[in-house]
Design a protein around this ligand. Sequence first.
Ligand SMILES: Cc1ncc(COP(=O)(O)O)c(C=O)c1O
Length: 402
Amino acid sequence: MAAGPAPPDLARWRADTPGCERRIHLNNAGAALAPRVVRDAIDRHLDLESELGGYEAAEAEADALGRAADDVARLLGAARRNVAFTQNATTAFAQALGAFDFARGDLILTSRADYASNQIMYLSLQQRLGVEIVRAPDLPEGGVDPDALGGLMRRRRPTLVALTWVPTNSGLVQDVAAVGRICRSAEVPYLVDACQAVGQMPVDVAAIGCDYLAAAARKFLRGPRGIGFLYVADRVLAAGAFPLLVDMHGATWTDADRFDLTPDARRFESWEIPFALVVGVGAAVRYALDTVGIATARDRARNLAEYARKRLGSLPGARALDRGAERCAIVTVDPAGRPAEQLKLALRARGINTSAAGREDAVIDMDTKGAASALRFSPHYYNTVEEIDTAVAALGELLAGQ
Ligand SMILES: Cc1ncc(COP(=O)(O)O)c(C=O)c1O
């Protein structure tokens, strides 16, 4: 049941992460502890804003801000022109949805495991515009069945395929690349929610074949809260797509009844964005790519998660909930019918951060599993085997009523 030897860089990663001296942070799928360089980059920019003025600081740091977009592009295998900064993953996803002129009779093809906010947005489009929502069936082992989705695509010809790569409430990894190949061959637009994937696993938008990919900075990428980004493919830009409500940053008002679109993905941005957080994202990406390495982060986080999954699953009464052929660094258990929220707070009082999901976070998945709530442990590469052992022992004590 070993999680493998501690990597040689572990001490350095932890030294770069001041918070892990005092707490066991197993909530990286919520918001990871940011490495010191991220905080430093944000502080530097805020200092500059205090000193020069906010607009003047942005102009003085134009190169650094552009570099942050380059860094995000590098993370995704894209170019700066394909990157828009957004408030969070949900607004990135919503901006992409806003590029479609949905009308009655249109169809969005998605999965049973798509993220709750995305499901609500699909339902809102259904209620307001009469868009039909079809969820492709799952494979027996869990996760969307790409062949079944392909069959639906041929029969129903959707306006859009939208898929969450890693749903928030379990370790499931959906096969976004297989679905992408089907979308590309049928030339159906494809929107991917990569919120839990960025920083946790390599992302290559060309290999995925997506038109749009939405993500947040604060999760496995270890960037700040309050910022996300949207990848927009060249073919989408060339086709002239833009969000329904575009502003004076996404377009230029050229005449009383005319506007010209910004040529690149910034047409999906807002004029006002938090520049300090943008440089923070750049620092987080550079740390992930150049200091740690995404493949290193993935392998280490998955090993720790698999170790945690086995240990948690062996606690009396605790039921492991993660499904799918491929499972990532999100580990969920049904804690013997006890409310996960209560256990999360009890663990936090012992200095251990986890998170709790309720039925409303993933209605279809939770009902299928017959779970009222789930306790989620999401280790990252900077966590240790000892931290997992401590967390499992603490949960064991709580479940035993100690
Ligand atoms: C899979 C997934 N998609 C989207 C989101 C929403 O991200 P944000 O809160 O940045 O909008 C989350 C948040 O947990 C998530 O896990």
